[in-house]
Ligand binder design. Structure first.
Ligand code: DAH
Length: 367
């Protein structure tokens, strides 16, 4: 018995003094491992009579428990110590000032993307997504633009031949418009729907205001009562927030898109001169987006009853918005990956766009 007490105290002392987990493991094996002293004495219990066996058994169990607890406590202590040392070593001094020349810039398209998401996010819109390579059903047919529809010629489409079919109607396209995401969203979700879908789009076109890959943002609202007045209010609030102006003249011109009826284009007031474009005042107009009430055929193609639901939609070019807002004259330069250009037109990464903290953070312009 005395032997056991001594061994126990010696073990507890060793545990307390252990400097690492490996030593702890060795102590554990020597005490309660297969050949540890506690285990050996437990095996020897068989030789004792009933009373002695009971007393000794209880005592051995208590010792085992005590050693196990001590091991656990010490193990935790060592792990914490190790972590603290590691954290101390890895500390970085966050008060060191940034060396501006060493950090990259946010591309104007990414900035505009963030701004648009911030504004519509505040209005309760969710961001939806779809693939760049689309089938003709989502890019055209379901948008009330069947094969041979004249409106298909409004867009210079890149087709991708479907290797599994000789029929041209089965060809894929790289999407010409984010409007395809309207269809993908309505296929998945019943109204109420309130989404925007920013993303890449493609058309065979190339000049100062057109590039084969460009960016659009689509908007779609579908509910039981959704009116043209709602559309106007929503888009008016958007342009005011986007151009950061309290007051901005707008007008809606009748237009045509196959997937909306009636359709309109929205213009904002501006003053154009040879050298300058001033948004928000003047006698000139600048077209900024297409919009309209969702055509009943579009709702039907997605299994939504047009007698019960109606919606509005809009679409605009993100790159064009960037050119207008930040005075960038040539769209082609956006995609030339010229770091000097990005240094000039880009934005500091730390200035996140938000409706409360500031949208464009002009103070943070890298220029
Ligand atoms: N998809 C059209 C285009 O690329 C833009 C557009 C116009 C989208 C009207 C809409 C809309 O959702 O209602 O030219």
């Amino acid at each position: 018995m005395e032997n056991l007490d001594n061994l126990k105290s010696a073990t507890l002392e060793k545990i307390a003094a252990a400097a690492d987990v490996k030593t702890l493991d060795e102590i554990k094996v020597a005490a309660i491992g297969k050949k540890g002293f506690v285990t050996e004495q437990m095996k020897a219990l068989a030789l004792l009579d009933v009373e002695a066996k009971k007393a000794m058994g209880q005592k051995l169990n208590a010792v085992k428990c005590e050693i196990e607890t001590a091991l656990d406590v010490k193990k935790q202590e060592l792990a914490e110590k190790e972590l603290n040392e590691k954290l101390k070593k890895e500390t970085i001094d966050v008060t060191l000032p940034i060396r501006e020349e060493n950090i990259g810039r946010i591309h104007p398209v990414s900035k505009i993307y963030e701004e648009v998401v911030a504004i519509f996010g505040e209005m309760g819109f969710e961001v939806a997504d779809g693939p760049d390579i689309e089938d003709q059903f989502h890019n055209f047919n379901a948008l009330n633009t069947p094969a041979n529809h004249p409106a298909r010629q409004m867009q210079d489409t890149f087709y991708i031949i479907n290797p599994e079919s000789d029929n041209f109607d089965d060809s894929y396209v790289v999407r010409t418009q984010t409007s395809a995401v309207q269809i993908r969203t309505m296929e998945k979700k019943q109204p109420p729907i309130r989404i925007i879908a920013p993303g890449r789009t493609y058309r065979a076109d190339y000049d100062a205001t057109h590039t084969p890959m460009f960016h659009q943002v689509e908007g779609l609202v579908v509910d039981k009562v959704t009116t043209f007045a709602n559309l106007k209010g929503c888009l008016y609030d958007f342009v005011k927030a986007f151009f950061e102006l309290d007051n901005i003249p707008v007008r809606y011109r009748p237009s045509y898109f196959p997937f909306t009826e009636p359709s309109a284009e929205m213009d904002i007031g501006c003053k154009k001169s040879k050298t300058e474009l001033k948004i928000g005042a003047g006698d000139d107009w600048l077209e900024i987006l297409g919009c309209g009430m969702v055509h009943p055929n579009v709702l039907k193609a997605c299994g939504i009853d047009p007698d019960e639901y109606q919606g509005f939609a809009f679409g605009m070019g993100l790159d064009r918005l960037a050119m207008l807002k930040y005075g960038i004259p040539d769209l082609r330069t956006f995609f030339e990956s010229d770091v000097r250009w990005l240094k000039h037109y880009g934005f500091m990464p730390l200035d996140e766009s938000s409706m409360t903290g500031g949208l464009s953070n002009n103070g943070g312009l890298a220029r």
